[in-house]
Design a protein around this ligand. Structure first.
Ligand SMILES: [Zn+2]
Length: 197
């Protein structure tokens, strides 16, 4: 069983990934073992290259290859408007949707007292520092979960005294959805977040 060591090590490493249990980790490891050697090498190289080249943007704290990131460097984007998100994936989602022309700030998590995650564990101090500059409005785009709402309320209380306008993204009925199937919370948020037309 001379190969038990390397296989077990890879299974152990893959098992650390989110959503990957021991069985899935073993399945992936054996898949990689059976795949052409160049595929396995490409996977290993891609992981290595990503870790070597990607770091934080020291303005918005998104992941980037160059610091500041392309969005922070883009002079055509409104630097007085900042959208605060929990995760880098949220920046991708909003950019994919198109239409937003401000900048971002990535918190890298949300407040979660039960899990021991407080403001010091997030990029909150960096946001406060940015807000003492030329930022006029902050759109808080954390998820509509208990933690996301707690974080939004906390940030609004913190930033308003700095003279920054704080808004929350509207939550409501999804496009293509039907009112009768929307849950009560979603529907009440949709009515609260109504806008004049
Ligand atoms: Zn940036």
């Amino acid at each position: 069983m001379s190969s038990a060591g390397p296989i077990a090590r890879l299974v152990c490493e893959l098992g650390k990934l989110p959503g990957v249990g021991e069985k899935t980790a073993a399945r992936l490891a054996f898949h990689i073992l059976r795949a052409p050697p160049e595929d396995a090498a490409a996977l290993a190289a891609a992981i290595g290259e990503m870790r070597a080249k990607i770091s934080f943007c020291t303005v918005c704290w998104d992941f980037t290859e160059e610091d500041p990131c392309p969005i922070c460097r883009d002079a055509r984007r409104d630097s007085s408007l900042v959208c605060v998100v929990a995760q880098p994936q949220d920046v991708l989602a909003i950019e994919r949707a198109g239409g937003y022309r401000g900048r971002y700030h990535v918190l890298h998590g949300v407040l979660s007292p039960l899990d021991g995650i407080g403001p010091d564990d997030l990029r909150v101090a960096e946001l406060v520092k940015r807000c003492s500059g030329d930022i006029k409005e902050v759109i808080i785009a954390t998820n509509p979960s208990v933690e996301g709402e707690t974080t939004a309320v906390y940030l609004a209380k913190l930033l308003r005294p700095l003279g920054v306008r704080c808004s929350r993204i509207a939550m409501g009925v999804p496009v293509g959805g039907e009112l009768e199937y929307a849950d009560r919370l979603t529907l009440s948020r949709a009515i609260d977040g109504r806008r004049e037309m």
